[in-house]
Write a new protein. Structure first.
Lengths: 184, 184
DNA sequence: CAAAAAACAGACAAGTCTGTCTATTTTTGA
DNA sequence: TCAAAAATAGACAGACTTGTCTGTTTTTTG
């Protein structure tokens, strides 16, 4: 395999396994077997399993932020673009890969003192909040103070992700969207 | 130690460790060391670690449901009793033991096919939804159809738990309460 | 084309884990 | 009181884990 492809292959394979099976339940040996590479190769690209975890989180997050922003901006201007984040979630929920929030899942699995991973997760959540803030600013005007609204929508989205996953039902997404309509 | 006390001691010790450190990060050896009992004693009371996990979840949940119901019913009748669930959460958040939702944490750690643990968690969430439904029925009248309202408040509560834990801040609790006021 | 870099397979260290078992002592209850 | 039950300590099996290291082969690049 070409050198430039190997790192991406590792991240893609690890991401699929971490997200589906969990971080601690996925071993290094499983990653290399699935990716079809040697163990020394993996440790040539990453110093530790934790480092792969951070690459996994970043990979998931950058895809997510790009996709949800594009999805919402594809809707007509105004409140529709904000409500669209729940339609995006509904579509994600329908796919076979949906398995809840990778951040919440990972936070639950790593010790409290793991600042590398926990810091990355906080950073991601703040980036997502910023994406919502941008959507609000573009569609509801920038004059007002929207901090509270942004946080509320963020809260609704996150609750909908967790609960639709836990109950394996999509009513949390529908209810979150309904509350969001009332909020904005 | 008396026979009748041993089982409770195991559950209490395991609960504290599971909730604080996580299920997979807490070993059997740690539980027995902390509880001051022999390994064979533990396996005399529980068939497996998973069985201790279920006892842990049940212990946490029964305490929680009892306390939150009592807390809310201590408030004056009406909407106050419903909003009180967020005050209850705020008080819980302030304590040093708060560490997010034990159900969400545990779900993230056990494989998808573990039906014993995952079934117990679903059961608990439905019991909590029923507690909210009772509060709504008592304080907003039973005539109307409150299914949607109950689910919305549940969603807000769960979101507030997760996000206050993740961000280590209490704004998610305050925002959830504000949305709840608008909903009811 | 040759040298450097990175791939490969896989053994190995050192540690973790759950659960079983033996053998002895303490507690309990009829 | 005395037998049954349950406690004790701790060795052990067997299977996992991450990460290192050796030695060989392939790929890349100046």
């Amino acid at each position: 395999m070409k050198h430039s492809e190997v790192k991406d292959k590792i991240i893609d394979t690890a991401s699929e396994l971490f997200y589906r099976k969990g971080y601690n339940s996925t071993g290094i040996n499983e990653i290399i077997a699935e990716a079809g590479i040697a163990k020394a190769t993996l440790y040539n690209h990453f110093k530790s399993k934790d480092e792969i975890c951070i690459a996994y989180l970043q990979s998931m997050n950058s895809t997510f932020l790009r996709d949800i922003a594009a999805f919402c901006r594809g809707r007509e201007k105004g409140k529709e673009q904000i409500l669209a984040i729940f339609d995006f979630l509904q579509e994600f929920y329908q796919t076979s890969v949906f398995n809840g929030c990778w951040c919440i899942k990972t936070v639950a699995e790593v010790p409290k003192d793991n600042e590398g991973i926990r810091g990355e997760i906080k950073r991601q959540k703040n980036l997502f909040i910023q994406v919502i803030a941008d959507l609000i600013g573009e569609n509801l005007g920038t004059e007002e103070q929207h901090t509270s609204k942004v946080r509320q929508i963020y809260l609704l989205y996150e609750g909908a992700v967790s609960e639709s996953h836990l109950h394996q039902a999509d009513w949390p997404i529908a209810e979150a969207k309904r509350i969001c309509e009332a909020v904005i």
